[in-house]
Design a protein around this ligand. Structure first.
Ligand code: ES4
Ligand code: ZN
Length: 326
């Protein structure tokens, strides 16, 4: 088996997937029709043509527009179920899904609708596909601390349906420290902590995520290599990085997959993992990310095995299921 074939076949966990970023144009149009909404694009092909991004913000504008077709519990269920079927085909056996309640509550959709629709799809994934799945609530960092606190309050009646919290959306200008008090409250509640940092933002934001938010994983973190002391700290703590190669390519964080830092991160001894981020927008699900990275960087079988093992080590799975996966 070549490294590429192994990368496709090996069982793996996905830890960095925004479930709203798995909405394919076909489902966006189907949900718009089902919900009696009109879209500012004439066809699925016209929508796809708009997927030419220059940076994170140019993507987020289209991503939030796409998510506007989600209104009812069944819409959230159907979106997540479509993702799980696709993940199964890529030999994903465990997934931790980010969701953005504020994207939906701003349109009058309740947090209950969002969480119940997603949670029922997670239960179905376990029952019908053997995929274990958990939810991680993300705060939108371009919004205020006060709005993050209000979102947490609204979600607390559903505390048992999500395992942790994260921080996403426009990074530069919105450092992790803006949310120190919200995350302190989340830690008191026993929630697991992750945060996007070092995607477009500087290494200082990764330090803040570690020290102010006390994050257990860094989402992206590719800019950590600019700061040797940070690399040493991440290695010492064994803080995982959930890296998303095709995302980095499509958002111009790297100009070519051959320049991607994944191999340097692994060779520095960091617990790096491969993930799809927003697969409907960035040109591929887990195996596309894995196989294209293996080929572009000429990764070895050992690298592939390390990446799969890292995905389970970095997961928030515990108990018997963890023993089963590791
Ligand atoms: C995201 Cl790629 C990325 N970065 C930050 N926030 C996000 N939300 C959805 N995708
Ligand atoms: Zn992300």
């Amino acid at each position: 088996m070549t490294p590429t074939e192994l990368a496709a076949a090996i069982p793996k966990a996905e830890l960095h997937i925004h479930i709203e970023g798995s909405l394919e144009p076909e489902l966006i149009f189907a949900l718009a029709q089902r919900n009696g909404l009109s879209l500012p694009y004439a066809s699925e092909a016209a929508l796809r043509e708009a997927y030419a991004f220059t940076n994170l913000q140019s993507f987020l504008d289209i991503y939030y527009a796409g998510a506007s077709v989600l209104l009812h519990e069944a819409d959230f269920h159907d979106m997540a179920w479509a993702y799980f079927l696709r993940a199964k085909a890529d030999n994903v056996v465990h997934a931790e899904l980010f969701f953005d309640p504020q994207t939906h509550t701003a349109r009058g959709v309740s947090v209950a609708t969002v969480i119940q629709g997603l949670a029922s799809a997670c239960a179905r994934a376990k029952a019908e596909l053997g995929i274990s799945a958990e939810l991680i609530l993300c705060f939108l960092r371009h919004l205020s601390e006060e709005e993050a606190f209000a979102t947490l309050e609204a979600a607390l009646p559903h505390r048992e349906q999500f395992i942790g919290v994260g921080l996403d959306s426009s990074e530069v200008g919105h450092p992790p420290s803006k949310f120190s008090r919200v995350f302190a409250r989340c830690r008191e509640l026993g929630l697991r902590i992750v945060a996007h940092a070092g995607e477009e933002g500087p290494p200082a934001y990764i330090w803040e995520a570690l020290n102010d938010l006390k994050t257990e994983r860094i989402d992206h973190g590719v800019r950590s290599l600019e700061d040797p002391a940070l690399v040493a700290e991440l290695a010492k703590r064994r803080t995982p990085l959930t890296v998303c190669p095709l995302s980095n390519l499509k958002l111009c964080v790297v100009n070519d997959l051959g320049d991607h830092p994944m191999k340097r991160l692994l060779d520095a001894g960091l617990c790096a993992t491969v993930n799809s981020d927003d697969p409907a927008y960035f040109g591929g699900y887990m195996n596309a990310n894995f196989t294209q990275t293996v080929q572009a960087l000429d990764l070895s079988r050992e690298h592939v095995i390390t990446l799969a093992r890292n995905s389970f080590e970095a997961s928030f799975v515990s108990g018997a299921r963890r023993a089963e996966l590791m």
